[in-house]
Design a protein around this ligand. Structure first.
Ligand code: NDP
Ligand code: MG
Length: 380
C-alpha cells in the first residue's frame, strides 16, 4: 500500500495540537507519527487518542516516561534521528512540520519525497533555505503547502490564477503586542508584555516574533521565495482586526482577499486537504459585529525588523539564514532578560555589515552561515 495518512512533527505545540483537532473531523486521515519534545504527558494523551505507529521523544529517559503513559503498543524513536525518521519514513502522505525554529530545517528536507505533501508551518526552514526547498520539491515531485494564515490566504487568492499576473502581494499583520506603543515604552517593556498577543494564541517564539514584527519579515521572505516576486512587489499593512489574512493585487487592478475568523484550524484544514475545501463547523465571521476593517502602514522606526528582512532577502544567499539564526538567539536572550528589545535588530544589522556571503548552494552553506552567526552572537 502506498503512503497514506498524516505525520505531525511538533505535535505538542500550538499548531500541532490544532492540527490534531482538525483531524478529529477527518478520521479517514490516519495519524502515522507524532513527535514531541518537553511535553511528554500531552504527547502521550494525543498518542493514546490517535494511536500512531511511531512516536518520537528527545531521549531514552523520555522514552521510558512515555512508554509508561501509553495504553497501546507503538514504536518509540528518539532524538534528531527519530525526528528525521518521522519526517521521511513514517509512511505518511502528508507531513506537517510544526516544529519551531531552526530545528525544523533538516526535517523539512527529509520530508520532501515523491508524492508527499509537506504542510509547512515551520517558516524558519523556508526563510533560511527557500530556493533549495522549492527546488527539492520540484525535483522530487513533492507538493509544498503552507500552514500560516497569510500564506494560506495568498495561496487561496491565486488559486487557479496565473502567477505571472501578480502585481503585488499585500501581507497583513496584526501588529503584535506593541502595535500602538511608543518606542520609548516598548524599549522598557518586560518580556511578559511582548508575549500577550492581541489576536492569536501561539507558541512563545512566534508571539515574540510578532511583537518585533520579525514574524512579518519572515513571511515577507517566504513570499519572495514562494511566488517568484521581487521584494518591491510585497507590501506589509497593519490590519489590527486579523480578519483579512492577506491579499493579492493582479495586473488588471483587481485585488483578491481571503477573510475568515482568526482561527488557525481553517488554514490547517486547507493544507491537510491539499489546498481544497470541505465543510466544517468552526465559528463563522459576523460582518455586522466586526464593524470596520482598517489598514495602515507599519512604523519602521518602532519596528526595524521589517526593513532588516527586506535587506536580507535583497542581499540574498545566506543572509536570511544569518538573520534567522541571530533572531532565534536574540529572542531567547530577550525572554531571559539578557537583551533589550531593540538590541535584537541592532545586532542583526551589525552582523550584516561584517558578514561575507559565499552563496547558497547546499544545506552545508546554511550550517556554515549559522555557525558564523552563533560565533558573532557569542562575541557580542
Ligand atoms: P510551539 O512552541 O507551540 O510548538 C513547537 C513544537 O516543536 C512543540 O511540539 C515542541 O515540543 C517542539 N519542539 C520545540 N523544540 C524542539 C526541539 N529542539 N526538538 C524537537 N521538537 C521541538 O510553536 P507553534 O506551534 O506556535 O509554531 C510552530 C511553527 O509554526 C513556528 O515555525 C511558527 O512560526 C509557525 N506558525 C505558528 C502559528 C501559530 O498560530 N502558532 C501560525 C503560523 C505559523 P514540546 O512542546 O513538547 O516541547
Ligand atoms: Mg502568519
Amino acid at each position: 500500500m502506498g503512503k497514506h495518512g498524516v505525520s505531525i512533527l511538533g505535535a505538542t505545540g500550538s499548531i500541532g495540537t490544532q492540527t490534531l483537532d482538525v483531524l478529529r473531523n477527518f478520521p479517514r486521515m490516519r495519524v502515522r507519527a507524532l513527535t514531541g519534545h518537553s511535553n511528554i504527558k500531552q504527547l502521550s494523551e494525543s498518542a493514546n487518542e490517535f494511536k500512531p505507529e511511531t512516536v518520537c521523544v528527545p531521549d531514552a529517559e523520555a522514552r521510558i516516561r512515555l512508554r509508561a503513559l501509553l495504553d497501546y503498543d507503538c514504536e518509540i524513536v528518539t532524538g534528531d534521528e527519530g525526528l528525521l525518521y518521522c519526517a521521511a519514513e513514517s509512511g505518511a502522505a502528508t507531513v506537517v512540520n510544526a516544529l519551531t525554529g531552526r530545528v525544523g530545517l533538516e526535517p523539512t528536507f527529509a520530508a520532501i519525497q515523491p508524492g508527499v505533501t509537506l504542510a509547512l508551518a515551520n517558516k524558519e526552514s523556508l526563510v533560511t533555505a527557500g530556493p533549495l526547498v522549492t527546488e527539492a520539491v520540484k525535483k522530487a515531485g513533492a507538493k509544498l503547502t503552507l500552514i500560516d494564515s497569510e500564506h494560506s490566504a495568498i495561496m487561496q487568492c491565486i488559486e487557479g490564477g496565473a502567477r505571472k499576473n501578480i502585481e503585488k502581494i499585500i501581507l497583513t499583520a496584526s501588529g503584535g503586542a506593541f502595535r500602538d506603543w511608543p518606542r520609548e515604552r516598548i524599549e522598557k517593556a518586560a518580556a511578559a508584555a511582548a508575549l500577550r498577543h492581541p489576536t492569536w494564541n501561539m507558541g512563545k517564539k512566534i508571539t515574540l516574533d510578532s511583537a518585533t514584527m520579525m514574524n512579518k519579515g519572515l513571511e515577507f521572505i517566504e513570499a519572495v521565495y514562494l511566488y517568484g516576486v521581487r521584494p518591491e512587489q510585497v507590501e506589509v499593512l497593519i490590519h489590527p482586526q486579523s480578519i483579512v489574512h492577506s491579499m493579492v493585487q493582479f495586473a488588471d487592478g483587481s485585488v483578491m482577499a481571503q477573510l475568515s475568523t482568526a482561527d488557525m484550524r481553517i488554514p490547517i484544514q486547507y493544507a491537510l486537504l491539499g489546498n481544497t475545501r470541505e465543510p466544517n463547523d468552526f465559528p463563522r465571521l459576523d460582518f455586522t459585529g466586526i464593524g470596520s476593517l482598517t489598514f495602515e502602514k507599519p512604523d519602521a522606526r518602532r519596528f526595524p525588523c521589517l526593513r532588516i528582512a527586506r535587506e536580507a532577502v535583497s542581499r540574498g544567499g545566506t543572509y536570511p539564514a544569518v538573520m534567522n539564526m541571530l533572531n532565534e538567539l536574540a529572542v531567547q536572550a530577550y525572554l531571559e532578560g539578557e537583551l533589550g528589545f531593540y538590541d535584537l535588530s541592532a545586532l542583526i544589522e551589525k552582523a550584516f555589515d561584517s558578514y561575507t556571503d559565499r552563496g547558497l548552494n547546499s544545506p552545508g552553506d546554511i550550517r556554515e552561515a549559522e555557525d558564523w552567526a552563533q560565533e558573532f552572537f557569542r562575541k557580542g
